[in-house]
Design a protein around this ligand. Structure first.
Ligand code: UTP
Length: 467
């Protein structure tokens, strides 16, 4: 595309200020800025700006809300689903998919979040935690489980370097595919102008975990999955070391035509209390959706059923299964909505020729969310799981959902495994394990796999146990 074409597209989309910026630059830098501008979705910007940037959009106005259908399998059903799921895994039909393109601003770690040391004793980075699960699952079900990892432009190189430095965590290089997600421009929240990060650079940010659908397509991953006979994507986030990367029971549920269309299935945990800040699964009209904490009407948030249980307690823990054909359909439909996040976005001000670090929010970032794909799925299955076994994300530097709470959750989980094998484990009055305990999936994928010779005699306060 020549500069004249880009010029007229920029004018038509109301982004002429980028042309003004180019005029102040030498030819090489101006051409770089024009090239960045040419990659913007210019034709759709006016509508996006009108709907999401310059106004508060609310797509949660529906009143036809009811609780979703949730599966809580009894032991017999759990065994049948597990058997079905194991068969699907053995046939090589499941791939693991980690979304790791986030900026991790709350944690404030210097590198990609997947490089964060997360385990209580050996301090294994999150990526290794998942790599070991994938290796263990590949051995258990005798099939090389393919691992797809979505990065972002900001952390792609550092993530690749980390994998290379760690020798791909012992997995065959060919088993892993990394690819970056798409980026969206940051906008001035009042004018709708795309902000400049520097005189010759647009301010861009990752397009949300929902961008994974487009990235799976653009990278060729979806195509490759079809060629390899993979029909199920096991989606999880990089920040939760308790994610069961390949869960046969969940996969069996997803693959059971009586309980799911096989398009999209999700795990939920009951909310701790009505005010817990998580999105909840709901039925809205004929569809299952996640309604964000901030969009949930207060009256529904606190409503209880006859047993005193919150009616809307199905908390989203961001663990999903997606059919490969379904993901392709979601990509083609291009209907995932954009969500508006108002942030402080540092920018270069053309009027004063200066770099500005705003003291109050000035910009809008647009993101897509993966759970919005549920609205496009027919008959999604929602599986209730135990939070203490599956969900301990590292989001914040301290307090809730922090490295410390995650460490305690791992100690409590593995302490429970040892107790189930008859080992006494020291706990405090609140029931938390008082030792650091870490069990690699390569040693045991569940308490039943623990070998007697690996078991300690007892676990006392302050002990450090590595199995
Ligand atoms: P979060 O919503 O916790 O965002 O992402 P974040 O960017 O990691 O952290 P903060 O909000 O800046 O502190 C949940 C998951 O979705 C991934 C993250 O890497 C994490 O696994 N994600 C998020 C992406 O892959 N891309 C995105 O654009 C956003």
């Amino acid at each position: 595309m020549d500069n004249e074409q880009i010029r007229s597209r920029l004018k038509a989309s109301g982004q002429d200020h980028i042309l003004d910026a180019c005029e102040k630059l030498d030819p090489a830098r101006a051409s770089s800025l024009m090239e960045q501008a040419s990659r913007l979705p210019l034709e759709s910007l006016p509508e996006l700006i009108e709907r999401f940037v310059c106004c508060e959009s609310g797509d949660s106005s529906s009143t036809d809300i009811s609780p979703p259908r949730v599966t809580m399998p009894d032991p017999e059903l759990a065994a049948a689903l597990t058997e079905r799921g194991e068969q699907v895994i053995r046939e090589g039909r499941v791939a693991a998919f980690t979304v790791a393109g986030g900026q991790g601003t709350r944690l404030g770690w210097g590198g990609p979040k997947g490089t964060y040391p997360a385990t209580p004793v050996s301090g294994k980075p999150l990526f290794r935690v998942f790599a070991e699960q994938i290796e263990a699952a590949s051995i258990a079900w005798n099939t090389p489980i393919r691992w797809y990892i979505m990065t972002s432009e900001a952390n792609d190189a550092a993530t690749r370097a980390f994998f290379a430095d760690n020798n791909w965590f012992g997995l065959p290089r060919t088993q892993i595919m990394l690819f970056p997600q798409g980026m969206m421009p940051c906008f001035d929240m009042h004018k709708g102008n795309v902000l400049l990060e520097a005189p010759d650079r647009l301010a861009m940010s990752p397009d949300g975990h929902g961008g994974s659908i487009a990235a799976l397509h653009a990278s060729g991953a979806l195509e490759e999955m079809s060629v390899l006979g993979i029909d199920t994507i096991s989606y999880f986030q990089v920040d939760n070391p308790l994610s069961s990367v390949i869960d046969p029971m969940f996969i069996g549920l997803h693959a059971d035509p009586e309980r799911s269309s096989g398009e999209m299935s999700s795990k939920m945990v009951p909310k701790r209390e009505s005010g817990e800040k998580v999105g909840v699964f709901c039925r809205v009209g004929d569809h299952t959706r996640v309604i964000e904490y901030s969009d949930m009407p207060q009256s529904l948030m606190t409503e209880v059923d006859d047993n005193g249980r919150l009616r809307y307690d199905a908390g989203n823990i961001a663990i999903h299964l997606l059919g490969v054909d379904f993901a392709r359909r979601v990509f083609e439909a291009n209907e995932l909505p954009w969500h508006r996040a108002v942030k402080k976005v540092p920018y270069f001000d053309l009027e004063t020729d200066s770099q500005i670090a705003p003291e109050s929010p000035n910009g809008v970032k647009l993101e897509r969310f993966i759970f919005d794909a549920l609205g496009l799925a027919s008959n999604p299955a929602i599986l209730e799981v135990d939070r203490s076994l599956e969900f301990a994300p590292i989001k914040n530097a301290a307090g809730e959902d922090s490295p410390e709470s995650c460490r305690q959750a791992q100690n409590d989980l593995y302490g429970g495994w040892l107790e189930s094998r008859g080992i006494e484990v020291a706990r405090n009055e609140e029931g938390h394990v008082l030792a650091d305990i870490e069990i690699s999936p390569l040693s045991a994928m569940g308490s039943d796999d623990l070998k007697s010779e690996d078991l300690p005699e007892a676990v006392g306060s302050g002990d450090r146990i590595l199995i």
